[in-house]
Design a protein around this ligand. Structure first.
Ligand SMILES: NC(=O)c1ccc[n+]([C@@H]2O[C@H](COP(=O)([O-])OP(=O)(O)OC[C@H]3O[C@@H](n4cnc5c(N)ncnc54)[C@H](O)[C@@H]3O)[C@@H](O)[C@H]2O)c1
Length: 503
């Protein structure tokens, strides 16, 4: 029996070092109750117990928030402010986040279950960096003049697009907030953001800090609530000029339809994935084991780009498998507030049950369960780090996004074969490649149909690096310069020239 399949994991959960101060909707710079007066509980994934009751926004609250954002856009001062002033407010906000990093990390861990050290040392610094990056862009966004065939002066203006609707998931509540809000504000837009119903707390906290930093009322409105009510109302709204969504592919299709059915607002989508992680025969095996482990298990396996199909060359397969299994067994699982813990609970009972169903499906389809496979403890949503070997392409565990701590290991013989098999999925978000041969790296990185290929590394998410999917993993790119285009309109202004010295 594995070391980790023992008694209750969370007897006495560590008390999070933070208070919950913000549970209402943030509309037009004010914390307000929902129009219906309804609230919903947000749960501690360590125990399944209620952390707080949060105002539950629905269509009427989305209407209120969109009106506030519309007014803030049409009447200013935000889009009428100089880009430098906007940039200063974003920088002041980043400073405030830096000052409140411990509280924010604690709140993120409490609401989501991710390790506190990960939230504090990886995600919060990335959050701040992203706002520094887009604050830097604010006063560097400009249009062009272009030559025409006749005597015309042609300016191409890059204007803010207007009111942006943004819907984010629960796996990285703060980082998804940053990826969406950073570029939209840098470009001078106003926002209505709907957080995920599982993780409403940190979005409200940082939105409050934005107002402390001088953001005018109505520029950033945050509505907590459920997808089919609040989320759908936002996607369907006639007065929302752009929609950005991150979540599942199924919901992505729904919001795309709502956007088309209403006012044809442009939509960017960051959806699911089934990313291959390919270990070639010449890879450094110890490093490859560690990186493949990180690629899959990071954030409890709840990453859209998780390296969830580990392809290993047949000549190193046995060695790799033995070490990968040992590494998974060594993974420290427990209270995410405890120092040294690598893995906390899954987000909620729905995801927990879904992951366990996939594990059963792996066993039923005759993949070999190398370790794990069961619930850990008797409270909350902990799952043992699980490794399957002898996985075949046609098994459900090799095809569906499991979104949990389940590594599936597949064997391959040659590069052409692995490229074909790696691409044999409707997704195309990311891929990992481990090799010491430059030609192999080049062959694979060109052959793989994915928005990101990490060579001898994984999960590198710098603010400047674009991220997004091929195929059913999404539409468009976030981060970097590419995200600016999502939030800008292009206007050509043509004026006749008289007595021009040149054309
Ligand atoms: N790509 C990602 O980063 C990501 C993140 C979370 C979940 N997922 C995938 O999605 C699966 C299910 O997770 P989930 O149910 O939380 O994801 P989801 O797509 O249902 O939820 C993501 C966001 O969309 C909202 N939403 C849901 N239904 C909506 C609707 N009809 N209209 C508008 N908005 C709506 C949710 O409230 C949430 O804010 C996971 O198992 C995983 O495979 C992917």
């Amino acid at each position: 029996m594995d070391r980790f399949s023992t008694a209750a994991l969370i007897e006495e959960p560590i008390t999070p070092p933070v208070q919950i101060n913000y549970t209402k909707l943030l509309i037009n710079g004010q914390f307000v109750d929902s129009a219906s007066g309804k609230t919903f509980p947000t749960l501690d994934p360590r125990t399944g117990e209620v952390i707080a009751h949060v105002a539950e926004g629905d269509a009427e609250d989305i209407n209120r928030a969109v009106s506030a954002a519309r007014k803030a856009f049409d009447e200013g001062p935000w889009p009428k402010m100089s880009a430098y002033e906007r940039s200063r407010i974003i920088l002041r906000f980043a400073d405030l986040v830096e000052k409140n990093m411990k509280e924010l990390a604690a709140l993120e861990t409490w609401d989501n279950g991710k390790p506190y050290e990960q939230a504090l040392k990886v995600e919060l610094p990335k959050f701040v960096r992203l706002f520094h990056y887009y604050a830097g862009w604010a006063d560097k966004i400009h249009g062009l003049t272009v030559p025409a065939d006749g005597p015309y002066h042609v300016q191409v203006l890059h204007e803010p697009i207007g009111v942006a609707g943004q819907i984010i998931p629960w796996n990285f509540p703060l980082l998804m907030f940053a990826w969406k809000v950073g570029p939209a504000l840098a470009c001078g837009n106003t926002i209505v953001l709907k957080t995920a119903e599982q993780t409403p707390l940190t979005g409200l906290y940082v939105a409050k800090l934005f107002h402390e930093a001088g953001l005018p009322p109505g520029v950033l409105n945050v509505v907590s609530g459920y997808g089919p009510t609040a989320g759908a109302a936002l996607a369907n709204h006639m007065d929302v000029d752009k929609l950005a969504f991150t979540g599942s592919t199924d919901t992505g299709k729904i919001v795309l339809k709502l956007a088309a059915r209403s006012n044809l607002k442009p939509v960017t989508l960051e959806l699911g994935g089934k990313s291959p992680f390919i270990i070639c025969e010449d890879a450094n095996i110890d490093k490859a084991v560690e990186m493949a482990h990180f690629a899959l298990f990071f954030n409890q396996g709840q990453c859209c780009c998780a390296g969830s199909r580990t392809f290993v060359h047949e000549s190193v397969y046995d060695k790799f498998l033995e070490k990968a299994k040992a590494r998974a067994i060594r993974r420290t699982v427990g209270d995410p507030f405890k120092k040294g813990i690598e893995q906390g609970p899954q987000i909620d009972s729905e995801q927990f049950e879904k992951v366990l169903r996939y594990i059963r499906s792996g066993i039923d389809s005759n993949a070999t369960l190398e370790c794990g496979g069961e619930r850990l403890g008797s409270k909350g949503f902990f799952i043992q780090p699980t490794v399957f070997s002898n996985v075949e392409d046609n098994m459900l565990i090799a095809q569906d996004e499991i979104f949990g701590p389940v590594q599936t290991i597949l064997k391959f013989k040659d590069l052409d074969e692995v490229i074909k098999r790696a691409n044999m999925t409707p997704y195309g978000l990311a891929a990992g490649v481990f090799t010491s041969n430059l030609d192999t790296a080049n062959t694979l990185s060109r052959g793989l149909r994915a928005g990101t290929v990490w060579i001898n590394c994984f999960n590198i998410f710098d603010a400047a690096i674009p991220f997004g999917g091929y195929k059913m993993s999404g539409i468009g790119r976030e981060k970097g310069i590419y995200s600016l285009n999502n939030y800008l309109q292009v206007k050509a202004v043509v004026t006749p020239l008289k007595n021009s010295a040149w054309l």
